[in-house]
Ligand binder design. Structure first.
Ligand code: TXA
Ligand code: MG
Length: 369
């Protein structure tokens, strides 16, 4: 499979592959025509920049013991064709978190293609930790650009079957199957090109606190509206993104009964001939978060309950899978709990809120606006 994937990539075709976050749609990062195929396949606006995926140093992959100096030199060789003016903080982050789910936005080298950066002066780079991703990058011998392997604005894929569901019927995209993705939401993105510190552009499973704990580096966070103003080019920053076709609404865990009663009343007024089916996500009871009391009287809706992991790692891991699976059930509405506040939940909460905003049958057109 790897040999066939490499053959296709060398031929300028695109290949889907697993990463530890979500599945990516990969193309040769030095081939303009191949990169354009990604935009075409996804239906993604062409000025939305892509992340360059890099192989890790052989010494790391072989688990060999090596000094920080040797490792620093090895990473420098790998990233130098892509970036210029590497701030010291970037190498600190690389040594602490790569390969892994952290993307760095840096000033780009002049050779980096405009099709990757959307014509900006910066480039996003990361080295994924999934062994199959590393195997592919190493065998290919060149960097790969890889957005999540879904159509623009839709739910990201975390299983090979999800990629087939997105593209399988009408194309012959090769999908390397690496099982379920470990983290389940896209990498954390930080921007190191500002003059006033490092900025969080997209929350993920590597949090500002974990970055501070490992490196002593402080990461500036923004409220979503501030973030949209400063980084309109981060496509994940669209209010509508990651969206299912079924209308998705969120409820506050402690106000579930109120939300259900309101929904019931609202739907009663619409005079449907049948009860509407609601796919209701509820926290697993085991870890202390409140669960659903499904025994309140409802006249116009009927609930089908799906339990959700109540720890942030399990929740993120299954989030997109759950959205896709619920989307297949022909519910009239999907109702999910808003994740708790707190930094470790930021990534999942961010994705879920955008998914709710963009959801419904017309979500594709909303998302691309
Ligand atoms: O986990 C991930 O990062 C996955 C896997 C496949 O690696 N990839 C991914 O790619 O999420 P994509 O294209 O779905 O999201 C890339 C994000 C977009 O929000 C894009 O705008 C942002 O990275 N980005 C890329 N280059 C950038 C740049 N130069 N400045 C700011 N944001 C950038
Ligand atoms: Mg994406």
């Amino acid at each position: 499979m790897i040999a066939e994937a490499v053959r296709r990539l060398k031929n300028g075709d695109i290949v889907a592959f697993p990463t530890e976050t979500v599945y990516g749609l990969g193309a040769d990062a030095t081939n303009n025509l191949a990169i354009q195929k990604i935009y075409a396949a996804k239906g993604r606006p062409s000025h939305h920049p892509l992340i360059v995926h890099l192989a890790a140093p052989m010494t790391l992959l072989a688990n060999a013991k090596t000094t920080t100096d040797v490792l620093t030199d090895a990473w420098l060789k790998i990233i130098s064709p892509w970036v210029r003016d590497l701030p010291p903080a970037a190498m600190q982050l690389i040594l602490a978190f790569w390969p892994g789910p952290l993307t760095l936005v840096l000033k780009k080298d002049k050779h980096v293609l405009d099709t990757i950066t959307g014509g900006q002066s910066t480039v996003a780079i990361r080295s994924p930790s999934h062994p199959l991703a590393q195997e592919l990058l190493t065998a290919f011998g060149e960097a790969l650009v890889a957005p999540s392997a879904n159509r623009f604005g839709k739910v990201s894929p975390t299983r090979a079957a999800d990629v087939y569901a997105e593209f399988g019927n009408e194309s012959e995209i090769l999908v390397l199957d690496g099982g379920d993705c470990e983290f389940g939401i896209e990498s954390t993105i930080v921007d190191l090109t500002g003059s006033d510190g490092i900025r969080l552009l997209r929350p993920g499973m590597i949090t500002p606190s974990s970055i501070y704990a490992k490196t002593g580096l402080q990461i500036d966070t923004f409220t979503p509206s501030e973030q949209e103003a400063v980084s309109p080019r981060v496509s994940g920053s669209f209010k509508a993104h990651y969206a299912p076709n079924t209308p998705l609404q969120l409820y506050q865990t402690d106000k579930l009964n109120t939300s259900l009663n309101e929904l019931d009343t609202q739907i009663a007024k619409q005079n449907h001939l049948r009860k509407l089916r609601i796919g209701l996500g509820a926290w697993e009871s085991t870890t202390g978060l409140p669960t659903v009391p499904p025994n309140i009287a409802l006249n116009s809706i009927q609930l089908e309950i799906v339990t959700l992991p109540s720890d942030h790692v399990g929740f993120a891991n299954s989030l997109y899978r759950t959205l896709r699976d619920l989307d297949q059930q022909n519910y009239d509405i999907i109702l999910l709990p808003t994740p708790p506040t707190g930094e470790v939940w930021d990534g999942a909460r961010d994705r879920l809120q955008r998914a709710a905003f963009g959801s419904g049958p017309s979500s594709a057109s909303q998302a691309s606006n």
